[in-house]
Design a protein around this ligand. Structure first.
Ligand code: ACO
Length: 324
């Protein structure tokens, strides 16, 4: 077995749907502005759901899809910047719930790139022959760290979780690419001030998202082509030969701008940010699960995944789909 492949996927979303019009009731915004600037129409906001409960649900579905049992797992990675608590980590909570008694467990904090960093870590362990089956979850409750008075950030994000199980395979991941620029980290970070969550009524002095939106926009539009061109060079696969490219779902305009820069059809870039907003580490995982379950992918298809976010961080990979 010379590489690793994605053997199964799953996802989980909070029940509560919050529309742009709903947000206009609590902050000075409107549906037209949000749709035109971002493409977002609805998002899911957790009231009873947590990173732990959604991770467990997504993980269980991914194991079912992979036709594996929890005891087959050697490692669980949860990518999140909003764990329910720092200790025990989110991965250990998933392990306890699903009975993955043979797994090591840790979390990755790399914001919206976290799921991609997790997939890369799983790939490294598996392709080196050190581990066999790895569960990677991307899960966030960004709603808990938003300033709901700040219209420039609170309209962008949503909650959710997605998961993938990876295992050894003859065909699968072909190349990885990633990096970080800590010097520019101030463009997207957490501050501290008293905040009230209007959906849970929870009030606390807590971290909240602060963002230089235009700086992040420019970073994203430059970084996505960098990741994808690098993957193309490493694999000798022209980007136009790919079947699909799954990008972090931050903003429709970012995805359209990246497609234009790369001279690729927008049809290659599936999107679900209209339904869920930006779910940070969960976004590519949820999109991958939707694409997988929709039956759009067949064995032999070539796809790329790429994410970017706080840190600043970025990561991507190219793979040949090989599931059953
Ligand atoms: N509703 C109505 N008006 C608003 C809103 C809102 N929700 N938010 C900002 N505005 C106003 C501003 O106050 C400003 O008004 P002014 O001209 O009177 O000062 C005007 O709209 C334009 O604001 P800009 O910030 O210039 O708008 P821009 O076109 O840059 O769009 C946006 C803002 C959507 C945030 C964009 O910069 C963006 O998408 N950036 C990338 C953000 C991102 O993707 N972040 C996450 C990536 S990393 C991660 O996922 C964690």
């Amino acid at each position: 077995m010379k590489t690793s492949a994605i053997l199964g996927t799953g996802s989980a979303l909070p029940a509560k749907v919050v529309s742009n019009d709903d947000l206009a009731k609590i902050v000075d915004t409107n549906d037209e502005w949000i749709r035109e600037r971002t493409g977002i129409v609805n998002r899911r906001i957790s009231v009873d759901e947590t990173v732990t409960t959604m991770s467990i649900e997504a993980a269980t579905k991914a194991l079912e899809d992979a036709k594996l049992s929890a005891k087959d797992l050697d490692l669980i990675i949860v990518a999140t910047i909003t764990p329910d608590g720092a200790m025990p980590n989110a991965a250990c909570k998933v392990q306890a719930a699903i009975g993955a008694t043979n797994a090591m467990c840790y979390d990755i904090n790399a914001a919206c790139s976290g799921f991609m960093y997790g997939l890369q870590t799983a790939h490294a362990f598996i392709s080196a022959g050190l581990l066999k089956h790895v569960l990677v979850v991307g899960a966030e409750t960004l709603s808990k760290i938003l300033d709901w008075n700040d219209r420039s950030t609170c309209v962008l994000f949503g909650d959710g979780a997605g998961a993938a199980v990876l295992g050894p395979s003859e065909n699968g991941i072909l190349a990885i690419e990633g990096g970080a620029d800590g010097v520019k980290g101030v463009a997207l970070m957490l501050g501290n001030r008293p905040l009230v969550n209007p959906y849970t009524k929870h009030e606390a002095v807590q971290p909240y998202v602060e963002m230089d939106g235009q700086a992040v926009f420019k970073f994203a539009v430059r970084t996505i082509p960098h990741i994808l061109n690098s993957l193309s060079e490493k694999t000798n696969i022209p980007l136009e030969d790919l079947d699909l490219i799954l990008l972090h779902q931050a903003n429709k305009r970012i995805i359209e701008a990246a497609a234009r820069r790369l001279k690729l059809s927008e049809d290659m870039f599936p999107m679900n940010l209209d339904k869920y907003g930006n779910t940070s580490a969960a976004s590519i995982a949820i999109l991958l699960d939707e694409v997988n379950k929709s039956g759009k992918l067949k064995n032999g298809d070539k796809i790329a995944l790429a994410g970017f976010g706080g840190g600043l961080t970025w990561a991507g990979l190219m793979l040949e789909w090989k599931k059953d």
